[in-house]
Design a protein around this ligand. Sequence first.
Ligand code: TXA
Ligand code: MG
Length: 326
Amino acid sequence: MTATIIPVSATALATAATQLREGKLIAFPTETVYGLGADATNDRAVAAIYAAKGRPEFNPLIVHVADEQQLDRIVIWNEPARQLAARFWPGPLTLVLPRHKDTKVSRLVSAGMDTVAVRIPSHPTARKLLEAVALPIAAPSANKSGHLSPTTPLHVHASLGHDIDLILADGKSPVGVESTVLDLTGEQAVLLRPGGVPIETLRQVVDVITRDQSGSEGLKSPGLLPSHYAPHLPVRLNVTAAQADEAFLLFGPPLSFSGGAERLNLSEQGDVQEAAANLFSYLHQLDRPVYKAIAVAPIPLHGLGLAINDRLQRAAAPRVLLSHKN
Ligand code: TXA
Ligand code: MG
C-alpha cells in the first residue's frame, strides 16, 4: 500500500470523514504537526494506530474534538481546565483530565489509565474534518515511533506511506512543534510536555509546575506514571492451565487452555492487533475481587504483541502497595 496525498477540498474532507467512520486511519494537518487520526471510540481502529506507528509500548493518545460540548461525556472538567480551555482553545494545548465513567473512548486511547488527554485544534482543515466526522478522533503525530514529527504531507508519506491509505494535505503546519501537554488531574497543574503554548503564557491563567518540581518519581515515560492502570488483582503470566479461582485471559484457540473461573479471549484467531484492541477493557472486566488472580495466556512477541507483553509484565511486576489477601 502507498498512501495517496489528497489536497484538501470539500470532497476530500467528506472522503476522509467517511473513512474515519469506517475505522480507517487518516493523516491530517493540525496547526502543530500532522496527526494520524482514528475513531477514538473504535478499539480496532485505535489498535491500528499503534500498529502503524510501530511502538514497542502503549503510549496514551490525544483525543481531538471540534467543540467543548463533545468533551462533556469524555472527561470530567475542573475549574482550571475551563479557564485554560476558554483562553487557549482552539489551539496547541492538550489537557489531561480524569476519564468520564460513561465515555465511549477506547481504553486503549488512555493506555489503560483513568485519564484522557484532549485538545481542540485550531487548524481550519482539522476543524472541518472533526466537524464532518462528529466523532472524537485519537491522533498521535503521524510518524513512525522514533521519527521526527511531520509538519508536511511529504514528511508523513516518508514515514508512514506504506502503512496508511490517505494523507489529507494542507501545506505546512504553522506552529511546527507539538501541543503543550498539561496534567490537570492532581492538586496542581503539571507540565508533561512543553509545546506550542509556552509555560509563561499558561502561568497567566493557572499555576503550573514542571515534572521535576512535582516530586513524583518515574515520570520519564507515561507508561510509568503512578496513575498508570494496573489491575487490583495479581497477574500471572504465560499460563496454559488456570486455577479454579482465577480469571483467565486467553489468546488463541480456547481448546489449548484449561481451568479458570471466567474466561475472556483476547483473540481466538491469534491476531495480536485484535488482542491489543481488547486488552485493557478485558483486564478491567476480569479485575473483580471474587477472583484470586488474573491468569494470562502466552502472547507472541511480534507486532503489537511486544506492547501487550510490556504492559502485562508491568501489571504482573511485584507491587509495593499490594494489599494481600491470603
Ligand atoms: O500537537 C500534538 O499534540 C499532536 C497533534 C497531532 O495533535 N499530537 C501528538 O501526539 O503529539 P503524540 O501521541 O505524538 O503525543 C502525545 C503526548 C505523549 O507525550 C503522551 O504521552 C501524552 O501526550 N499523553 C497522551 N495522553 C495522555 C494521558 N492520558 N496522560 C498523560 N500523558 C498523555
Ligand atoms: Mg509523537
